[in-house]
Write a protein that binds this ligand. Structure first.
Ligand code: N0T
Length: 515
């Protein structure tokens, strides 16, 4: 029997291991509603994912569909989706749309929605009921955990050998949206109490929530409540089938207030709290719809927290973020949102692209635009997919370097490698073209590979080096099973100005010294 998928750190590097080997998810997250119909999947999803060269897909499983009658479970939809994924030869990450989805309780079963006595609602400051089951409602958390446990049990039964499902997201962008805290009766009572021991120890504080945290109190209070609920749910699932689990964040955006972004979610500021109080969650990860990928990655990737990007903006620039996240942080997963659209003819797209929805979610329309993304991402996934084995080999030797252009004011960078420096000039990319980005693998003997986009570059001798540097080979190619296969030699005019334009490419350079 092969090892169950697991996220673990080896030689200081986080990886998702599938059947004992590192597996980097070059993924596509589907629109929220696509996976509710296998027929729709056949007609509108799988055909358009094929050209993207994904090795995995992230798709939701909806609580309301597996437990329509309380206590009775129907997993036929899940089974069919897994069968389709196997046929397509892709792995799956499953998104558990349970009690909370973007702060709202839209995916809970009808029997729960309608029983507001037992499953009471969160309330806003004015005391008005929200469309959210209160995270203080233990009966609701218990029911969610039970359903999630059944789902995981079922996955073990049907997939425990084959490992088509390799990762699970618990809930989706949790937190309370529209109010800084829950003002339901139970919540208000809890708020008056002394802070729990775990919080007191973590923050070295005492007293009531208000006394301990002042203006920040409502948010920390919600953080504690959501992390406790999520941990309970994840724990129940893990006891059935311990697949790696993560939670995704609707990130905080300056100068929003808690409630403007979901209050209580795994935003960067609260990573220590999540790490301490949710031991069954392997990673807290960002959904990136902003343009500052570099900053967000830096906030989330850490000693304690592996980086995954389960949702990313959809415009063509996402290939730059892909290269950077994998080169710099060995990201376990990269997955633009609503990726079945990318190769689909415009008139056929049914996913939300409606300006009103975008405004409600506060997503920049530009981040949603995806014309042309498919070809570029497909090309980048293909190139990178073939390079992964080589990247795994190089990264243990600390020989992987990465760069990305953060903004238009940055003109370039000099990366310092062991044997030389590499000067990179960012090519002036237009609105719709990828930002300069890339991964450099430094080889053993005066050689390097560049997997990059939109950049011009050159190899420089180190300052203290007295010899001069000459080029032996400059070529473009691909990796096949950890071997470089040269396609075209670029030793003529091209070598005066080593460069990769808007299409991601793999290039190889070998140099020598003369004096
Ligand atoms: C996302 C998606 C889907 C700092 C929006 C984004 C997905 C959910 N929510 O289409 O609904 O299921 O996770 C929230 C956007 C926040 C933008 C704030 C910028």
């Amino acid at each position: 029997m092969t090892e169950i998928p697991v996220i673990k750190k080896e030689n200081g590097i986080w990886s998702l291991f599938v059947d004992g080997k590192p597996f980097t998810m070059l993924s596509a997250e589907l629109h929220n509603s696509s996976a509710s119909s296998t027929e729709y999947m056949e007609q509108q999803v799988w055909p358009y994912l094929r050209g993207l060269n994904v090795n995995s897909v992230l798709l939701p499983v909806y609580w309301e569909m597996i437990e329509t009658v309380r206590g009775e479970f129907d997993f036929s939809l899940v089974d069919q989706l897994i069968r389709q994924a196997r046929r397509e030869r892709v792995k799956l990450g499953i998104l558990w749309f349970g009690l909370w989805k973007n702060g709202i309780s839209s995916y809970v079963p009808a029997w729960m929605k309608q029983d507001q006595e037992t499953y009471f609602r969160a309330r806003d400051r004015e005391g008005a009921a929200m469309d959210v089951i209160s995270p203080f409602c233990q009966a609701a958390v218990h029911a969610d955990a039970a359903a999630f446990g059944r789902l995981m049990e079922h996955l073990r039964e049907i997939d425990g050998e084959e490992h088509t499902v390799i990762l699970v997201q618990v809930e989706n962008e949790i937190g309370l949206l529209g109010s800084d805290m829950d003002y339901s009766e139970v919540a208000r009572e809890e708020y008056q109490k002394e802070i729990p021991q775990s919080i007191a120890a973590l923050y070295d504080k005492s007293g009531t929530w208000r006394e301990a945290f002042q203006e920040e109190a409502p948010e920390v209070f919600m953080e504690y409540t959501y992390v406790s609920a999520v941990e309970k749910i994840a724990y129940t699932g893990k006891t059935q089938y311990p697949l790696p689990m993560y939670v995704n964040a609707w990130i905080e955006k300056f100068p929003w207030r808690p409630g403007g972004y979901p209050s209580g979610g795994p935003i960067a500021r609260f990573l220590p709290l999540w790490k301490a109080l949710a031991p069954h969650i392997s990673a807290c990860v960002p959904d990136i719809y902003t343009a500052n990928t570099k900053e967000v990655c830096r906030e989330y990737a850490g000693e304690e927290n592996p980086l995954l990007i389960p949702e990313h903006r959809r415009d063509r620039k996402n290939i730059s973020a892909l290269l950077y996240a994998i080169g710099k942080y060995q990201a376990l997963c990269f997955s633009p949102f609503g990726a079945e659209d990318f190769m689909m003819p415009l008139e056929q797209r049914t996913g939300i692209a409606n300006p009103v929805v975008m405004k409600i979610l506060n997503i920049d329309m530009k981040a949603w635009q995806c014309d042309g993304t498919g070809e570029w991402l497909g090309c980048a996934y293909q190139l990178l997919g073939k390079a992964l084995d080589t990247i795994y080999r190089y990264r243990t030797k600390g020989k992987v370097h990465s760069f990305i252009r953060e903004n238009e004011y940055e003109k370039g960078v000099v990366l310092s490698l062991a044997a030389c420096d590499v000067r990179i000039d960012y090519l002036d990319s237009g609105e719709d073209t990828p930002k300069a980005a890339g991964i450099i693998l430094e080889g053993e003997e005066n050689e390097l590979y560049m997997i990059g986009v939109s950049c011009r570059y050159g190899i420089l001798a180190k300052k203290e080096e007295h010899r001069k540097l000459g080029i032996l080979e400059y070529s473009e190619g691909v990796f096949e099973e950890d071997q470089y296969i040269r396609k075209r030699i670029l030793n003529g005019d091209e070598r005066y100005c080593m460069m990769i334009l808007d299409n991601p490419q793999l290039q190889y350079i070998k140099w020598y010294w003369y004096e």
